[in-house]
Design a protein around this ligand. Structure first.
Ligand SMILES: [Zn+2]
Ligand SMILES: [Zn+2]
Length: 277
């Protein structure tokens, strides 16, 4: 039995003797099937190919990027956040080998929990949980139907916010890109981890919001306003996105809240019926 991984989006499926007939994440209108058609691999195949490794980079004290190299799936990166109440993996990647597990356990202090912004980052979350002692994976209930590999380690939660690690971190459900889309807020450090909504633009000084990034489908004004209402109470200065586009750090170093507000206003103006530009 093999837990197949979709090559295009990086999602892992439950163990089966032959590859699944479809990848529902790729067939969703927010994603796409690769030009070569549906293709599968597995963790075992990725490891034995000797083609991949996870690069672990310290972004700032207590925050580490974990990025498969060469880039895999949609170019996901995970962020490991060290707090006095335990470490959390924010978002996830498809690749996981012994070297990564050992490094995280021995050098970074292991993992206490996993939380994932939305289905494009579920990737190999179940195996990450299992390798670190069946730790909980926090996902919003509204995205339950997009979990391709169900498991008892997943903690579905309901409502607008959820405190993690004794209040050290907070999940905030903003909806938008996905109904259960959640961001992670770290009040002690005034940092927002946004997954891909808002997504950081090429100059790292603007952000944007999309229903589908690869298919260029925007969000409507009601959804943008709701996202902004959810972010408004959070006092953040820095913002980390989870998709590290080539050559870009994926971080807004300072004044992130101001930038998000300005970018949202610009977005609303662009999609307004009154806009004649
Ligand atoms: Zn897929
Ligand atoms: Zn996405």
């Amino acid at each position: 039995m093999i837990s197949f991984i979709c090559i295009t989006c990086g999602t892992q499926f439950p163990p089966s003797s032959s590859p699944p007939a479809h990848c529902l994440i790729c067939e969703d209108e927010r994603q796409y099937i690769g030009v070569n058609g549906q293709e599968w691999t597995s963790r075992e195949e990725m490891i034995s190919s000797n083609k991949y490794k996870n690069k672990i980079i310290e972004e700032e004290p207590n925050i580490y990027s974990i990025v498969p190299e060469p880039s895999f799936g949609i170019g996901q990166r995970a962020l490991l956040i060290q707090t006095p109440n335990g470490n959390i993996l924010w978002d996830c990647v498809s690749y996981l080998d012994q070297q990564t597990i050992q490094y995280i356990k021995e050098k970074l202090g292991g993992l206490s929990a996993i939380a994932i912004s939305h289905p494009h980052y579920y990737t190999a979350m179940i195996e990450w949980s299992q390798e670190f002692g069946n730790i909980p994976v926090y996902i919003h209930q509204l995205d339950k139907q997009s979990v391709m590999r169900p498991d008892k380690c997943i903690e579905f939660w309901n409502g607008d916010t959820l405190d993690l690690l004794n209040g050290e971190l907070k999940l905030v459900c903003t909806g938008g890109h996905f109904k259960g889309f959640q961001v992670l807020y770290w009040p002690r450090r005034q940092i927002l981890f946004s997954g891909d909504q808002p997504q950081i633009c090429m100059d790292q000084k603007q952000v944007s919001f999309m229903y589908s990034y690869p298919n260029f489908i925007p969000l409507n004004a009601r959804k943008i306003n709701h996202i902004m209402k959810c972010l408004q109470p959070l006092d953040f200065d820095r913002l980390y996105a989870s998709c590290k586009m080539s050559g870009i750090k994926g971080v807004i170093e300072t004044k992130a809240k101001e930038i998000v507000e300005k970018s949202a206003k610009r977005y609303l103006k662009a999609i307004s019926d009154d806009n004649d530009d």
